[in-house]
Design a binder for this molecule. Sequence first.
Ligand SMILES: [Zn+2]
Length: 128
Amino acid sequence: MDRSEEIANGMMERLAAIEHLRWSQWHLHSQSTWTPDRVDRWTDLATTLYENLSEELKEKDREEVRSYLPMIVSALRAARDEALEEAAKLLEKNCQCSFDGSLGCGGTCEDFQYSQSVRALKSDAGKP
Ligand SMILES: [Zn+2]
């Protein structure tokens, strides 16, 4: 399993909680608005492929998906930040900057300068 799969698996419970909330809201709504006509309409919709839905109905599905997006964005940021930190550490290793906490090069070598530039790209860069 690679790191991306680990991150995705780590989101399972939070995604499942969103899905349960989405489903339960639908269930309560459908019970309160149940009519035979509506059930027929829902059955039609349930057997229609997404690509064949009207734009209006597609937008309803997109609206549901939007509740997942913040979690996905945060996972992508975390994965990106991890990769950037890994790259910064590799650069520091080249000049031994990070080994004993003291900069052998005084922080002036290109590797150290690049490592700082790479760290500045992290989404949490500059945050306390
Ligand atoms: Zn250095």
